[in-house]
Design a protein around this ligand. Structure first.
Ligand code: GLN
Length: 197
């Protein structure tokens, strides 16, 4: 498996390690490449869009011509995991003119919706299809506030969706790369294996 990690801004190395962990658990050899300019993503089987600063990420992917390649990747139904700022950028609308969203996840999100007083917290999260809770780390997390029909909500926190699947894309508000648990990367990149467990 060749995995591209969008690396224009945000936490890249933790995701590269998490992808390798998930792949190793399935005995799947994984090459991880950083996507900083156009021409790299078309050769990748899966894509990871990490957290960071969604205004910056959105500006850079449009400037570098990567935005179109992300659209093509999704049209080809290749898997994507979009976390936090990545989720914001792939959503239909982030209700913020500074973020030019890609409209690939049929959901609207609120940036930094959990508010400053609770801008970072950790919580055990019940996830559809996983036997045990996932220890979720939220950092200035976006809130998914409306999902269209066809978007599957895999986990919610206080009645708010925080993990969704829309076709080949898994989007999450939290940071699954900050624990050793590979199960969210698994859900995104090895869905057929998860279903068979
Ligand atoms: N709220 C941040 C943004 O809008 C995302 C935070 C994160 O990725 N940890 O970009």
């Amino acid at each position: 498996m060749k995995a591209g990690v969008l690396a224009v801004q945000g936490d890249v190395s933790e995701h590269a390690a998490a992808i390798r962990r998930a792949a190793a658990a399935h005995d799947e050899p994984a090459a991880v490449v950083e996507v900083r300019e156009s021409g790299v993503l078309p050769d990748c089987d899966v894509l990871l869009c990490p957290g960071g600063e969604s205004t910056t990420i959105s500006r850079l992917i449009h400037r570098e011509g990567i935005a179109t390649e992300i659209r093509d990747h999704v049209t080809a139904e290749k898997p994507v995991l979009a976390t936090c700022a990545g989720l914001i950028v792939l959503s239909r609308d982030a209700k913020d003119d500074r973020v030019e969203t890609l409209g690939l996840i049929d959901a609207t999100v609120d940036r930094n919706a959990f508010g400053r007083q609770a801008d970072s917290f950790e919580a055990p999260l019940a996830v559809d299809g996983l036997a045990d809770p996932f220890h979720a780390v939220f950092i200035r997390a976006p809130l998914i506030d409306a999902v269209d029909e066809g978007v599957e909500v895999l986990a919610s926190w206080e009645d708010r969706p925080v993990l969704v699947r829309d076709g080949p894309i898994v989007g999450c508000s939290f940071h699954p790369e900050l624990t050793d648990d590979p199960r969210v990367h698994d859900l995104a990149f090895f869905p057929e294996l998860e279903a068979g467990v």
